[in-house]
Write a protein that binds this ligand. Structure first.
Ligand code: MTE
Ligand code: CO
Length: 419
C-alpha cells in the first residue's frame, strides 16, 4: 500500500519527461511539439475507485464500442443465428472471452455443471457416464487453437458484400483451451475394434451432432473445460465443449453431453443438408472438415479507417491454417500486382491464429490492400476467382479467398474485389 503514492509521483515525472522529449525530437510526423492535453487532467486530481469496485473486471467505458455485432438480415431469430468477433479492434493472437463470436442453432443452454453429465456409449467395452468432477481427474493439457465457422466469409461468394472484417471474417476466435485429451476418455471406456467413428452430441435445444473419424478423435481432440484460463462462457458451451483443432467450427460441439462410438458416419442433418459444399455441377463435396489457410487485414479496414495522413503507417492482420502454422504472409498495397513479405509477430502455434504487421510509409494515394497466407504445408491462399473456378458460387462454406480493401485518400476503406 505504501508504494502507491510514490508510484503516482514517478508516473507524473515520466509524463513530464515525455512532453519535453516530444518538444525537442524530430518525430517524423507521428506526434506534436505541443499538446495542451499533456497538462494535469481531472483523473490526476482525485482518488480512483477502490479494489472492491469491480470484483470481476470489465473493459474501460471508453472501449464500449468494442463488441460482438450481428448482421440484421442474417438474424431471422437470435436463437438460431450468429454474431461476429470485432477483429478490427483486437491485436495479438488471443480473442478475449467476452468477444468470441457466437453461433447457436438453438440458443445458449444454461447448464448446471452439478447436474450435467458426459456419456460415452456405442461400440465401447464399458459405457460410462462422467460428472464434471470426474473429468478433472484426467491429465489435462493447454493448447491455443482457432475455431472458424465453415460459413465464415460465406456471404462473399458472389461478390464483395459486407463492409468490415468483423462481418466478412469475424466467425473466428482464437483461445487457449484447457482440456482432457479425448483419447484418454475414450480409452477409459475401451473402444471396440469395430469403433471407427464418434458422434458427439450437445445438450442444447438443437441437440447438435456431427460424425468425426476415430483417427481425429484419438489424435488431438480435447474435451475442454476452460478457455483463456477461466471456465468456458455459457455462449461457448459451459461447462464442457469438444475442441476439434483445425476443423470446421460446427464439429466443436458445445454443452457436450454424449459421445457415441460407431462403425460408420451417421449422415445427420449437419453433414448432409448443411456443411456440405454445393459445386457448380450440382454435386456436393462432403466431409470437408479441414479449414484451409486464410488471412485478412484487420487494420486498416472499413470499420477501422486510417485516421492520420501520409507517413508511417502500421498495417496489421491475422492468418491461420487448419493444417499447421503460418510461416509467411505476403501483403500487397496495389491490388495484388506486387507483394512484400509481412513481419510475423507473436507466438506461432499449430492450428492457431498468427499476427502479421506491415510497417510502411503511406504516400497518401489510394491503396488496394490484400494479404496472402502461406501455411507450413506449402499451401498458398488462393484468390477468390481461383476458388470460384473450381468451386462455383453455389456454396456458402469454406471461402478462404484473398480479401481486398480499397483505401481512399482520406483513409476510408471499403470491401471491393479486383480481378
Ligand atoms: N454445438 C451445439 N451444441 N450447438 C450449436 O448450435 N454450433 C456450432 C458449434 N457447436 C453449435 C455447436 C457451430 S456452427 C459453430 S461455428 C461453433 O459451435 C461456434 O462456436 P462458438 O459459439 O464458440 O463461436
Ligand atoms: Co458454424
Amino acid at each position: 500500500m505504501t508504494d502507491s503514492p510514490s508510484q503516482g509521483h514517478s508516473r507524473r515525472k515520466f509524463l513530464k519527461g515525455a512532453a519535453l522529449a516530444g518538444a525537442g525530437a524530430a518525430t517524423a510526423g507521428m506526434a506534436r511539439a505541443n499538446d495542451p492535453a499533456i497538462s494535469v487532467q481531472p483523473w490526476m486530481q482525485e482518488l480512483g475507485d477502490g479494489v472492491d469496485a469491480a470484483p470481476y473486471g470489465s473493459p474501460s467505458p471508453f472501449e464500449a464500442d468494442v463488441k460482438r455485432r450481428n448482421v440484421e438480415w442474417l438474424t431471422a431469430d437470435p436463437v438460431s443465428s450468429v454474431n461476429f468477433t470485432p477483429l478490427h479492434d483486437l491485436d495479438g493472437i488471443i480473442t478475449p472471452n467476452g468477444l468470441c463470436f457466437e453461433r447457436h442453432h438453438g440458443g445458449v443452454a444454461q447448464v448446471d455443471p452439478a447436474e450435467h453429465r458426459l456419456m460415452i456409449n456405442g461400440l465401447v467395452d464399458r459405457p460410462l457416464v462422467f460428472t464434471m468432477e470426474d473429468l478433472k481427474r484426467f491429465p489435462r493439457e493447454n493448447h491455443v487453437y482457432f475455431l472458424e465457422c465453415a460459413a465464415n466469409s460465406g456471404m462473399e461468394w458472389r461478390g464483395a458484400q459486407l463492409n468490415g472484417c468483423q462481418f466478412t471474417h469475424g466467425m473466428i476466435h482464437n483461445v487457449m483451451y484447457t482440456g482432457v485429451p479425448l483419447r484418454l476418455i475414450l480409452q477409459e471406456a475401451g473402444i471396440k475394434t469395430s469403433g471407427k467413428w464418434i458422434l458427439p452430441e450437445g445438450a442444447d435445444a438443437s441437440g447438435m451432432t456431427r460424425s468425426i473419424p476415430m483417427e481425429k478423435a484419438l489424435d488431438d481432440c480435447l474435451v475442454a473445460l476452460k478457455m483463456n484460463g477461466e471456465a468456458l462462457r455459457p455462449e461457448q458451451g459451459y461447462p464442457v465443449r469438444l475442441v476439434v483443432p483445425g476443423w470446421e467450427g460446427n464439429m466443436w460441439v458445445k454443452w457436450l453431453r454424449r459421445i457415441e462410438v460407431g462403425d460408420q458416419p451417421w449422415h445427420h442433418r449437419e453433414e448432409t443438408s448443411k456443411y456440405t459444399d454445393l459445386l457448380a455441377d450440382g454435386q456436393a463435396r462432403r466431409f470437408t472438415w479441414e479449414m484451409d489457410a486464410k488471412s485478412v487485414i484487420t487494420n486498416p479496414s472499413p470499420q477501422a479507417p486510417l485516421t492520420h495522413g501520409p507517413g508511417p503507417t502500421v498495417l496489421t492482420g491475422v492468418a491461420w491454417s487448419g493444417r499447421g502454422t503460418i510461416p509467411r504472409v505476403d501483403v500487397s498495397i496495389d491490388g495484388g500486382k506486387s507483394w512484400a513479405e509481412a513481419r510475423m509477430d507473436g507466438p506461432s502455434f499449430d492450428k492457431s491464429m498468427h499476427r502479421f504487421y506491415y510497417d510502411f510509409n503511406w504516400d497518401g494515394r489510394p491503396l488496394l490492400l490484400q494479404s496472402r497466407a502461406h501455411d507450413s504445408t506449402g499451401y498458398v491462399q488462393p484468390t477468390k476467382d481461383q476458388l470460384r473456378e473450381i468451386r462455383g458460387v453455389n456454396s456458402i462454406y469454406h471461402n478462404n479467398g484473398i480479401q481486398t480493401w480499397a483505401v481512399d485518400e482520406k483513409g476510408n476503406a471499403e470491401n471491393v474485389e479486383v480481378s
